[in-house]
Design a protein around this ligand. Structure first.
Ligand code: F0G
Length: 455
């Protein structure tokens, strides 16, 4: 059949509170035009993030009742640990409350002033943690990954020539090589198995630990299976296992491809570093058999890790994005191509070319999607990445609006509504105006800064 149906039916629902355009006009003004400041009750379709916002299965909810909340030695931890190790063969699994806590612990053991850490593209929390430690985060994405129109199948790949040069020049100051699969900040683009293997070999040639940021590891595995011919006949589980076997460490946000509402982990093989990491964990998160989570959360993740490798789920998951991307492209709306695994990224800089990048075209589009349609997306552009460590401001590589789809949460009718909203916006996009930031914090300004529309 042509139609790929949602491979589940709905047992519990959450009503959506309807709002009018006039109400939303008032609400966004009160939020100082920052979408993060909205009350989510005032959002019709919330595509701000796919992180922790997905629906759990009946099996996950029932597993939660078996959660053991013991401070030490909870059987829920051992079920969680074995589910992780089944897919990711690391020796030590260190549970945290979410991905950024794993990153903070990683930075506490590897980063310090004077160090430089390469990645395809650091996500904002990864960059934030590295910079807070005094180290420098360096992005070495392939050029195709910076071109929204390139149809390269693996636009998340790291540039191996640049990485070798970087390691040659900075050998003494690089504590590890990071790779983010999929590359969220760069349009949700996947990294190939070939690239993962090559990065691993290169890191090891220079005697550096290879670290994978695995947040969306199954979506990436699906693209590997679809687009890398020698992987086409392999199971998702085998692809996942092989991939992590090339790494020495991983960080994970279980709020993505572990189908949890909260959770994460740091995994590694080195005993001495694991001891250091656990000492930090006890100080900041919790005892090593729960870290930052309740026993019931560990149970939900153990079950989520079984469900996430289901190929029917992954086929539907990836199709959700390409369905919307195909329809928006037919309307002439520029976007990062091909569609990513967890989100559609609109190229706001190209679509709203009358707005200067330093007046935030991505932000302008995101505000209008909310005002007009009650849809909340997220700017990934100059607001998020434009602020430089020296305090100056430069246009980001791209000005995108990410529409991220919570897992198993919305249906095709929600997608069709979104497409209609774009259809109407297309008629008056040239009237949209830029913005100016009126106040901002020092790091990760996009979460809390205030805006004012330009006249
Ligand atoms: N790495 C990547 C690639 C991410 O996308 C995220 C989170 C993190 C690390 C941090 O994980 O949120 O559990 O602390 N991304 C979310 C998003 C917030 O909306 O894309 P976390």
């Amino acid at each position: 059949m042509k139609t790929i149906i949602e491979p589940f039916r709905i047992k519990a629902i959450e009503p959506i509170r309807m709002t009018t355009r006039d109400e939303r006009e008032q609400l966004i003004r009160e939020a100082n035009f920052n979408l993060f400041a909205l009350n989510s009750d005032d959002v019709l379709i919330d595509l701000l993030t796919d992180s922790g916002t997905g629906a759990m299965s009946s099996a996950q909810w029932s597993a939660m009742m078996t959660g053991d909340e013991s401070y030490a030695g909870s059987p829920s931890f051992f079920r969680f640990e074995s589910a992780v190790k089944n897919l990711m063969p690391f020796k030590h699994i260190i549970p945290t409350h979410q991905g950024r806590a794993a990153e903070a612990i990683l930075c506490s053991i590897l980063a310090e002033p004077g160090r430089r850490i390469p990645n395809n593209t650091h996500f904002d929390t990864t960059r934030g943690n590295i910079e807070a430690s005094g180290a420098v985060a360096v992005d070495l994405l392939i050029d195709e990954g910076k071109d929204p129109n390139s149809r390269h199948p693996f636009k998340g790949n790291i540039d191996l020539i640049k990485l070798r040069k970087f390691l040659d020049e900075n050998a003494d100051s690089v504590p590890c090589v990071l790779l983010t699969i999929t590359n969220n900040a760069g349009g949700g683009q996947p990294v190939s198995m070939e690239n993962i293997r090559a990065v691993s070999e290169l890191a090891h040639e220079f005697d550096k630990p290879f670290v994978i940021d695995g947040c969306r590891f199954t979506e990436n595995a699906w693209f590997i299976k679809e687009r890398e011919s020698e992987q086409a006949n392999r199971s998702i589980t085998d692809i996942v296992r092989d991939r992590f076997a090339t790494a020495d460490m991983m960080t994970m946000s279980a709020k993505k491809d572990a189908l949890g509402n909260i959770g994460g982990w740091l995994a590694l093989n080195d005993d001495a570093l694991a001891d250091e990491a656990r000492a930090h964990l006890i100080r900041t998160e919790g005892f090593p058999t729960y870290g930052g989570m309740a026993g019931r959360d560990l149970e939900a993740l153990a079950q989520g890790l079984i469900e996430i490798v289901d190929e029917n789920y992954l086929r539907y998951r990836v199709r959700t994005n390409s369905y919307i991307a195909d329809r928006l492209m037919a309307l002439g709306i520029p976007m990062v191509q091909p569609a990513g695994g967890h989100a559609v990224f609109i190229d706001a800089r190209a679509w709203l070319s009358h707005i200067d990048p330093l007046q935030y075209p991505g932000h302008s589009l995101a505000v209008e999607l909310y005002r007009h349609g009650g849809i909340r997306g997220c700017e990934i552009g100059t607001v998020m990445f434009g602020k430089q460590p020296d305090g100056s401001e430069e246009p980001a590589i791209m000005d995108l609006v990410r529409l991220a789809f919570p897992r198993r949460t919305y249906t095709q009718a929600h997608a069709d509504y979104l497409i209609e909203v774009f259809e109407e916006l297309a008629e008056r996009k040239d009237d949209l105006q830029g913005y100016r930031i009126t106040s901002e914090p020092k790091l990760m300004r996009h979460f809390t800064c205030r805006f004012e529309p330009l006249a």
